[in-house]
Write a protein that binds this ligand. Structure first.
Ligand code: ADP
Ligand code: MG
Length: 604
C-alpha cells in the first residue's frame, strides 16, 4: 500500500482555518476594526457595500506597517503582539493570534495600503486566496487601509450560506457598535453604500452611547461605579421605567473588549428583579477592568466568550453594584445627571419595596364589537372574508380528542350556538357545556389564533384592512433599529402600515393595520424589531408569517380581560371559523375537552 497522508497546501489549510475566524462579512469587519485600534488609530472609517459581501474597507490613521511587516501580516500565526506563551496572560491588545489577516486573505481579494508616519512612501500589497499578486511602493496617507472584495469568492458554499443583505448588515452594525462604544475617544465613521450610518466624534462614554442610540438615552442612563481588589466596574445601566421589550442594548466589556457571558448577564437581571415589567429587558453598558491574568480570552476563536477565574465573586460584585446604582437613583435622581434637568420621578425613601408594575388592560377596548358598523371612514376590518361560521358546532364536533385514553372517533354533540351559554373562569378560560362534558377555551390563545389567521388571509388576498391615523405618529429609533425598520418597509406596507422615512432615524406612521386599532404603535414596531433580530430565515412567506404572529400577539385580547356573553359567543364563533382552531401560535392547546368520564373520575 502506498502512503496516503500528505500535508495540505498552505492555501487550503488557510481556508480551513479561515472558517473559524471569518464566518461572515461582520467577522472581517470586527478583526479589521480591532487591528486599527491596536495600531493606535484615533480616526477609523468603515465603508461597506452590499452588506460587506462584495466590498468592505477599513481606513485608519494608526502606526502603519513597513514593507516587510505588510507582507508578514498575512502569514498565519504572524503577530507583533505576543512573543511567547506567557505573553497571552498579559494581553492588552485586541488581537494576538495572528490569524485574522491570513484568514481574510484566504477567502477574499485583499488590497492593503500602509505607510508608517516617518516613511515617505507606503506599500501597496494585493493578495487573493492567500496568493500574493503584487507589492509596490505607493503614495498613501500614513496609517493603513485594507480593502476586502468578494468575500468567499473561492468558496461558493460559504457565500451561499450568507443571509440577506439586511441581516448581514445588522451583524456588521452589531460588531461596529461593540467596538465603537468602548473607544469613545476614537472618531469612527461608518458608511454603508451611499449613506453615512454613523459619524461618531471623539467624546466621553455617556455621549458616545447617546450618539449611537439616540438623544433619548441621555435621560435614561444611570452611572455604575465600583472598585474592588478583584476588578473595577464602571458604566451605565438604563432606568427600569425605560426598559424595552427588545433586548437590544446589553453590553459587557472586559478590558474594553466586548464579551458575552450568560452568568454575568443574570447578575444584572437579578439586580433589576421586581423593577421591570414582564417581558422587558434591562439596558446596560458595563465595563470590567480586570487583570488579564485572571481571564482566559482564548477559549473561543472570535474571542467574545471569555472565562473568569472568580466568576462567582464577579457575579456578586456586579449584582451589588447595579443594585446600589438603582438605589441611589431612586433616592436622589437629580444628583446622577450632569445634563438632565427635567427628570422628575419622585424619589422613594430607602428600603421602600418597589412594586412590580401591573399589566394595564384598556377596559373600554372591545375586540368583538362589530367594527363594520362603526366609523364611516374606516375600511372594513373584514372579520372573516370566508362565510362566517354559522354552524360552528359542526366544527366543534370535529374537535380532536386531546385525551388519548378515550375513543378518538368519538364525536362531540354540541347544541346550536344560539342556545349555548358561556362562562368565563379566572378571566382566562371560556367554558361551555356540551353533550359529553365540558369544553374549555383559552381566551388569549384563541384570539391570537383568530387575529393571526385573519391577517394571513388578508395578506394572501392582498387586501389588508388598514386605518389612517388621525394624528400621524413620528417615531425615532437608534441607527441599528432604524436599519431594521427600513429593511422591513416593504413588508410593513404589505401588512397594512402606511409608513415612511422621515430622516434622522425617524419614521412617520400615517396608518396601521386595522387589527392594531388600539395598540401602542411604538411597542408594536419594537416587537417587530425584536422578532427581526431573532429571525434568521430567508423565505418570504415564513417572514410575513412571523410578523403576522407578532401583530396577532400584540392585538389579541389578553388573559385578565373580563368578557361578556356576547363577546365570548363571538370569539368562539370566530375561533371555529379558523383553519387550525385547536393549536395556539406557539403550538399549545387552545381548546381542551373535558369528558364526562373525567368529570366522573373526579368524583370518585
Ligand atoms: P493579530 O491582530 O492577532 O496580531 P492579525 O492577523 O489581525 O493578527 O494581524 C497581524 C499583524 O499585522 C498584527 O500583529 C499587526 O502587527 C499587523 N497589523 C494588522 N493590521 C494592522 C493595522 N491596521 N495597522 C498596523 N498594523 C497592522
Ligand atoms: Mg488582529
Amino acid at each position: 500500500m502506498p502512503d496516503v497522508i500528505h500535508l495540505l497546501p498552505d492555501s487550503v489549510a488557510n481556508q480551513i482555518a479561515a472558517g473559524e475566524v471569518v464566518q461572515r462579512p461582520a467577522s472581517a469587519v470586527k478583526e479589521l476594526l480591532e487591528n486599527a485600534i491596536d495600531a493606535g488609530a484615533d480616526e477609523i472609517t468603515l465603508i461597506v457595500r452590499e452588506a460587506g459581501k462584495t466590498y468592505l474597507q477599513v481606513i485608519d490613521n494608526g502606526k502603519g506597517m513597513s514593507e516587510t511587516d505588510a507582507r508578514m501580516s498575512f502569514e498565519r500565526h504572524a503577530t507583533s503582539k505576543i512573543k511567547s506563551a506567557e505573553d497571552i496572560f498579559a494581553i492588552h491588545t485586541k488581537g494576538f493570534r495572528g490569524e485574522a489577516l491570513a484568514s481574510i486573505a484566504a477567502v477574499a481579494q485583499v488590497e492593503l495600503r500602509s505607510r508608517q508616519r516617518e516613511e515617505e512612501l507606503g506599500t501597496c500589497l494585493k493578495i487573493e486566496g492567500s496568493t500574493v499578486k503584487s507589492q509596490e511602493f505607493c503614495n498613501t496617507p500614513h496609517g493603513t487601509r485594507i480593502e476586502v472584495k468578494n468575500l468567499f469568492y473561492n468558496i461558493p458554499a460559504r457565500r451561499n450560506f450568507l443571509k440577506s443583505d439586511a441581516v448581514e448588515l445588522r451583524h456588521i452594525i452589531d460588531e461596529f457598535q461593540r467596538v465603537a462604544i468602548p473607544h469613545p475617544h476614537i472618531h469612527f465613521t461608518f458608511i454603508n453604500g451611499k449613506s453615512e450610518l454613523f459619524n461618531l466624534p471623539p467624546v466621553g462614554l455617556r455621549q458616545r452611547i447617546v450618539n449611537i442610540f439616540g438623544a433619548k438615552f441621555n435621560e435614561r442612563l444611570v452611572p455604575v461605579e465600583e472598585k474592588t481588589p478583584i476588578l473595577q466596574l464602571h458604566g451605565f445601566i438604563g432606568k427600569p421605567e425605560f426598559a424595552r421589550k427588545t433586548r437590544g442594548e446589553q453590553f459587557f466589556f472586559a478590558n474594553n473588549r466586548y464579551i458575552k457571558n450568560g452568568y454575568l448577564h443574570k447578575a444584572v437581571c437579578n439586580a433589576f428583579e421586581g423593577l421591570l415589567q414582564d417581558g422587558s429587558h434591562p439596558t446596560y453598558f458595563l465595563f470590567l477592568e480586570i487583570d488579564p491574568a485572571r481571564i482566559d480570552v482564548n477559549i473561543h476563536p472570535t474571542k467574545t466568550e471569555i472565562k473568569f477565574e472568580d466568576e462567582k465573586a464577579i457575579h456578586v460584585i456586579i449584582r451589588t453594584a447595579v443594585k446600589h446604582a438603582l438605589g441611589q437613583y431612586n433616592i436622589a435622581p437629580s444628583l446622577d445627571f450632569e445634563t438632565d434637568q427635567q427628570f422628575s420621578m419622585p424619589g422613594l425613601p430607602k428600603g421602600t419595596p418597589v412594586e412590580r408594575p401591573g399589566i394595564t388592560v384598556d377596559p373600554t377596548f372591545n375586540p368583538f364589537e362589530d367594527r363594520r358598523k362603526s366609523g364611516a371612514g374606516k375600511a372594513s376590518p373584514s372579520l372573516h372574508p370566508k362565510t362566517p361560521m354559522q354552524d360552528w358546532e359542526s366544527l366543534m364536533n370535529e374537535l380532536p380528542d386531546l385525551d388519548a385514553k378515550t375513543n378518538p372517533q368519538e364525536r362531540i354533540d354540541v347544541e346550536p350556538a344560539a342556545r349555548k351559554h358561556f362562562t368565563q373562569v379566572g378571566k382566562k378560560y371560556i367554558l361551555t357545556a356540551h353533550g359529553n362534558g365540558l369544553i374549555m377555551i383559552h381566551q388569549q390563545r384563541a384570539h391570537e389564533r383568530i387575529c393571526y389567521e385573519r391577517l394571513m388571509e388578508s395578506l394572501e388576498s392582498k387586501n389588508i384592512p388598514s386605518q389612517q391615523l388621525l394624528f400621524p405618529q413620528n417615531l425615532n429609533f437608534s441607527a441599528a433599529d432604524f436599519q431594521i425598520v427600513e429593511s422591513l418597509m416593504p413588508q410593513l406596507r404589505e401588512m397594512g402600515f402606511d409608513i415612511d422615512e422621515f430622516g434622522n432615524h425617524e419614521v412617520v406612521v400615517n396608518g396601521i393595520p386595522l387589527v392594531l386599532e388600539s395598540s401602542d404603535i411604538r411597542l408594536v414596531l419594537e416587537q417587530l424589531i425584536e422578532n427581526e433580530k431573532d429571525f434568521r430565515g430567508n423565505k418570504k412567506e415564513d417572514h410575513l408569517g412571523k410578523m403576522a404572529q407578532v401583530l396577532a400577539k400584540v392585538s389579541a385580547i389578553k388573559i385578565g380581560k373580563k368578557m361578556e356573553q356576547e363577546e365570548m359567543h363571538h370569539l368562539v364563533d370566530e375561533l371555529f371559523a379558523c383553519s387550525s382552531p385547536y393549536v395556539s401560535l406557539a403550538g399549545k392547546p387552545v381548546i381542551v375537552n373535558l369528558h364526562l368520564e373525567d368529570i366522573d373520575k373526579s368524583f370518585n
